[in-house]
Design a protein around this ligand. Sequence first.
Ligand code: SAM
Ligand code: FES
Length: 345
Amino acid sequence: MILADKLIRDHTLTRTEYIELLDAGGDAGVRTKLREEAVRLRKQYYGDKVFTRGLIEFTNYCKNNCYYCGIRCGNQKARRYRLSREEILDCCENGYGLGFRTFVLQGGEDSYFTDERMAEIIREIKARYPDCALTLSIGERPCESYRLFREAGADRYLLRHETADEAHYRKLHPENLSLSSRKRCLYDLKALGYQVGAGFMVGSPGQTNAALAEDLCFLEELHPAMVGVGPFIPHHDTPFAEAEAGSVEQTLFLLSVIRILLPKALIPATTALGTLDSQGREKGLLAGANVVMPNLSPLKNRKQYDLYDNKICTGEEAAECRDCLSRRVESVGYCLSAERGDAVL
Ligand code: SAM
Ligand code: FES
């Protein structure tokens, strides 16, 4: 219990202490204590509001071959799609009508979407919806591309670091990808004035508590505005098809720890959490998360953005997704906010 108290008091621990805390994560007393503090902090800064982001999964083409990911280029069975500029704008129009004031454009690393094509789409969305925040999640690009997107109007960027442990990074990615490059992107994005989101999967193959401690130290160092953390879930056509999924309990524990480390962070209760447990997103909100990301992608393509097995919300229209999440948020005593939902300063 001493380490939990220290974390609550100082909002930081040493690497060794994080390992000890994670080792103690199975203790119900420690978990409850940290969860209560996480909820107290999120209420202090965000009251009972849960921010909502309209997620547009606009391409599942990807040049990368991350071992965990269902849309990796090596998966010949993936049925590929990319949305046209008009289809993307239609998703925004639909989303705006439903009350969304943040759009997230997420996709694989698809070279069809050149810097110029992306910048043109960003400019058009920002011209049509100047009151909305625009988030990109399109992987690693040179700093100059990030600059162009920022100048075109992009406000935020999600790029999970996936793991801050070198050896673990190598187990999850092929040789051409590197942790140093990932980190370089995150620091570039921050320097360009984006609200940056980092994060990782919980329970990815080979992850140890020492690796997770590295993640927590990296989050402290980077100090991102947003942190995406969800359980790893295997996909049947990847090298990790037979691997075990991450645990819901451990994910919830980490959400609480991260809320205490970064009290003002925007932290989603992820779709992956809702996939492993039908009440996963509600539990995430009760562990310190304060964001949900309903899907605005066209119904015809939903199933194709197939990152992991049994992904939920692939059969509902955007309006149904929004209403379903709104009910879920209310069921645990929070309310869905229609604001842009920037991080408090
Ligand atoms: N290409 C962009 C990137 O690399 O940031 C965005 C798309 S990528 C599919 C979004 C996130 O999905 C990744 O950061 C990863 O953490 C998560 N993801 C991929 N495969 C997963 C799996 N099998 N289980 C859980 N999450 C997964
Ligand atoms: Fe590129 Fe997953 S390997 S999005």
